[in-house]
Ligand binder design. Structure first.
Ligand SMILES: Nc1ncnc2c1ncn2[C@@H]1O[C@H](COP(=O)(O)OP(=O)(O)OP(=O)(O)O)[C@@H](O)[C@H]1O
Ligand SMILES: [Mg+2]
Length: 384
């Protein structure tokens, strides 16, 4: 998507409107100069209004590269807080040599368009900037669009594709290797006995990964279909907890539950999925002798489900990222080969589809607590 093209187009339309639909290079309207009188005044004030309502930043520089006028969007995009920007060179108010270079090229008659990264207090902003010389060496028009969000989305998409490719390539190449070995040994029964179960395991893992991805995509697109009913979160939690008892016993981890009935409007299967993911994580990161506790509570505004463990915990810097797709803190820490980092993003998707929120707290070495807060059931209590 080229917002930038739109920016140029929009500014071109506005300028064209203001100066009698002349091409950009035909004249240099002074957007801040007060009109003389009559019709010109009307046109100029309408032009000014249009310019100010644009979401792309527009700056007019005079032939010496001094700022002559700018619209509100330019001030916001370039974070020009000081009121004294008029009459200054662009480099004095926007700390970017790249932008300055482009302005100077435009002053020399060469237009340009491209990305400019701007380090700001709020982080790096990615701008797409056009610098256009105005006819008769009369100055330069700078058009700037803030495409930081778009840039971030592009980055997320790239990361996502590379993570998926990586997650699929690893099991596929190991399957390939095992099949080759079976073929090389002309179907030796021993090789078959050894490798077939492993191949099955890898295929199962890939099927699970693809299912998780589909689930996640649905959740993120808001298309997760919930079969809602009035459900007691505590009884869902109790059922799931019981299914984990054998594996917890094997690992030497205590499972505890503090049950208080808590009715919400939820999809019992999806809620079970939330619990499975959270308890599975806790068990994987809690050493023998530790405890995993599931707590269900009701409050004024709804119900909360918390899964707490006394395990390895999560480093402070990683904590804000654990709900991101494919985020795995440290592959060497988990009890078994670590997962794909999709579990918590699925948990988040499901809880948010229920109108709830998720949060994580942890102290490294002292365990972690994952809390899901759900809105109160809309159904009136049966009797009270
Ligand atoms: N209870 C916990 N204690 C310590 N670290 C945790 C805990 N829960 C999650 N994490 C960390 O957060 C990361 C993301 O968790 P998530 O459930 O999304 O992925 P995963 O468990 O690695 O893989 P998946 O769930 O897809 O099989 C984990 O890899 C782990 O590093
Ligand atoms: Mg997990």
């Amino acid at each position: 998507m080229d917002l930038f093209g739109f920016g140029i187009g929009a500014a071109g339309i506005v300028l064209g409107f203001a100066i009698g639909r002349l091409p950009l290079r035909a004249a240099a309207p002074s957007v801040s100069a007060p009109p003389a009188s009559g019709d010109a005044a009307g046109t100029d004030s309408r032009f000014e209004q249009l310019l100010q309502s644009l979401t792309v930043g527009v700056i007019m520089l005079d032939r010496n590269g001094r700022i002559e006028s700018l619209n509100a969007a330019a001030g916001a995009i370039l974070e020009l807080t000081s009121g004294r920007v008029l009459g200054r060179a662009i480099i004095e108010v926007v700390p970017s040599f790249e932008l300055d270079r482009r302005v100077h090229e435009a002053l020399a008659g060469n237009p340009s368009r491209g990305r400019v990264a701007l380090a700001r207090s709020s982080g790096t902003r990615m701008l797409t900037v056009a610098t256009l010389p105005l006819d008769g060496s009369d100055g330069v028009l700078v058009i700037a669009a803030d495409e930081t969000r778009l840039h971030e989305l592009e980055q997320t998409r790239r990361d996502f594709i590379s993570s998926v490719s990586h997650e699929l390539r690893t099991p596929l190449s190991s399957i390939n290797l095992m099949i080759e070995t079976i073929l090389d040994t002309s179907g030796d029964p021993e090789a078959i006995e050894l490798f077939l179960p492993r191949i099955k395991h890898e295929v199962d893992r890939m099927v699970q990964l693809v299912e998780d991805l589909l689930e996640l995509t649905r959740a993120e697109a808001g298309r997760l279909r919930l079969r809602r009913e009035s459900v007691d979160l505590a009884s869902v939690a109790g059922n799931i907890l019981r299914t984990f008892e054998p594996s917890a016993a094997q690992l030497g981890v205590h499972l505890r539950m503090s049950e208080n009935p808590a009715r919400i409007d939820g999809d019992p299967d999806r809620l079970a999925q939330v619990l499975v993911n959270l308890i599975d994580n806790s068990l994987r990161h809690t050493p023998a002798g530790g405890t995993v506790t599931v707590e269900v509570r009701t409050g004024e505004r709804g119900a909360t489900l918390a899964v707490h463990d006394t395990g390895a915990g999560i480093p402070f810097n990683d904590l804000p990222h654990v709900f991101e797709r494919f985020y795995v803190v440290d592959r060497s820490r988990a009890r078994e080969a670590s997962g794909t980092g999709l579990g918590l993003s699925i948990v988040k998707g499901i809880v948010e589809a229920h109108g709830g929120t998720v949060s994580a707290e942890s102290e490294l070495g002292r365990g972690a607590t994952f809390t899901c807060a759900f809105p109160a059931s809309r159904a009136a209590p049966a009797s009270r």
